[in-house]
Design a protein around this ligand. Structure first.
Ligand SMILES: [Zn+2]
Length: 464
């Protein structure tokens, strides 16, 4: 081959490549995208998002919150069932509802205090007289606290029993805390008072039992939640800090979901394991109390000073015990923990709402929140549901107008019995495991949708 032929071929190739690049660059117009590409991108329409945001009405959210938190609605209670009906009626509304809404029920294992025999913590003199008893209910500061349906302070699934022994203060109930005490004190047969924080609620009792402790009392230290404020003048309803008699209720178990049907949905027909085979429970009684009652117990303790990082804001120097100081009210006294909880199986509903996707109906976006609360639940969880209902109203209205449908399927969930250990949502996941595994694109969870910086001077003249 001649050399000029080689040069010619090279120039020719470069020229063709350059023309190709130019065609690629200028030739493909963005205006000629096929329809399916536009369909796929429709939800990214910024106008839609703007329009949606303009339609959010804060007055609706406020009214939703008022309705949702009007009554205490612990899981499976009458008030909880009323909220099931409320969600169904909103999501089935002809003009503002979704494509479909239904309830899905599970028979779940729960635990409640005995109304007639309230749990308590007592101090017993050497003669057996009761010289102190913790409050069986919180002080009623406002009218809504007078509701007889407010569940008494308790720890769900804490075992029943009456145990008595010398009191020790064990900080947060971590293994290292009990180890520290055990270096100098025989913990066998003692009752430990611990504050919330540091480790999971039930772990405090599981850890305690390993050191021979026979009962646990849990309280919330004002240092940990109230910026150290404990005086009634500085707490609710003079501020939003927890009042001295306020008690944090909670679930007292390690595992999520229904405990009698691990890995399976708790349907009527599902095999249930015997209660004795449940894992992750405490085997010693435990009861939560307010910091007002905790102060009475902790500030009279004897023994060496607790380490500096164990000190809280009850207004005295914390000692570790065991037992009470001489010359004070409780000298030689012991502490008794009395727990009378009932474990029971109840029907709990998830409420599910559906908007079918236009392009990828078998791809799911899930958006959920639990519905049950320990008491009124204005923040946890109703603030989240109040917003969710406004979102479904706006999307439902667009849907019913026939002008909009999302690319993928959106599934809304209102979970039952979350406070007892994420039960409703776990049963849902166990029920639909294979579909969820293959088709779920994202899950958005909302719960407390208001949580802000502490306001040092809150204005409580217009509480919402
Ligand atoms: Zn919650």
């Amino acid at each position: 081959m001649n050399w000029w032929k080689v040069v010619g071929i090279c120039f020719g190739a470069v020229g063709i490549l350059a023309i190709g690049l130019l065609i690629g660059h200028f030739g493909i117009s963005t205006d000629t995208e096929p329809k399916w590409v536009k369909d796929l991108a429709q939800d990214l329409d910024e106008n839609f998002i703007k329009q949606f945001m303009n339609e959010v009405n804060n007055e609706n959210i406020k009214e939703n919150l008022r309705i949702l938190s009007k009554k205490p609605h612990v899981a499976t209670s009458e008030a909880d069932e009323e909220l099931v009906q409320l969600l169904l009626s909103r999501w089935n509304d002809l003009n503002t509802g979704l494509d479909e809404a239904k309830e899905e029920r599970y028979k779940v294992y729960l635990s409640f205090p005995d109304e007639k025999t309230p749990n308590n913590v007592r101090v017993l003199s050497p003669e057996g007289n009761v010289t102190f008893q913790s409050r069986e209910r919180e002080v009623q500061i406002t009218d809504d606290q007078k509701d007889p349906n407010i569940i008494q302070p308790f720890l769900a699934f804490a075992p029943n029993g009456t145990v008595k022994g010398k009191l020790v203060y064990a900080n947060e109930g971590k293994i290292s805390d009990f180890q520290y005490l055990a270096n100098t004190t025989n913990l066998n047969g003692t009752i430990a008072i611990v504050r919330y924080g540091g480790t999971g609620r039930v772990n405090k009792a599981i850890n305690a039992a390993k050191f021979g402790v026979i009962g646990v009392i849990i309280y919330t230290d004002p240092k940990d939640i109230n910026d150290g404020k404990s005086d009634p003048m500085d707490t609710y309803n003079n501020s939003w800090y927890m009042p001295p008699s306020g008690v944090e209720r909670g679930s007292f178990k390690v595992n999520f979901g229904d405990q009698l049907t691990p890995y399976y949905p708790a349907k009527e027909f599902t095999y249930r394991i015997p209660e004795s085979e449940i894992q992750g429970l405490s085997h010693i009684p435990a009861q939560p109390i307010g910091f007002e009652d905790a102060r009475t117990l902790i500030c009279e303790l004897d023994g060496p000073d607790a380490p500096d990082n164990w000190q809280g804001a009850l207004g005295c120097r914390y000692k570790v015990g065991p037992g009470f100081r001489s010359a004070l009210n409780f000298y030689f006294s012991e502490v008794q923990v009395n727990v009378y909880n009932n474990r029971t199986i109840r029907s709990s509903a998830n409420v599910m709402g559906l908007i079918r996707g236009a392009v990828e109906p078998d791809r799911y976006i899930l958006y959920g929140n639990h519905r049950d609360s320990w008491v009124h639940g204005a923040i946890d969880p109703s603030s989240g549901t109040a917003v969710m209902l406004e979102i479904t109203r706006i999307l439902g209205t667009k849907l019913k107008s026939g002008k909009w449908r999302p690319r993928r399927t959106i599934i809304f969930g209102s979970w039952g019995a979350e406070e007892f250990g994420l039960i409703g949502s776990t049963e849902f996941a166990e029920d639909y495991y294979s579909k969820l595994r293959d088709r779920t694109v994202a899950y958005i969870n909302v719960d407390c949708s208001v949580f802000g910086e502490f306001n040092k001077n809150p204005d409580f003249s217009d509480p919402v």
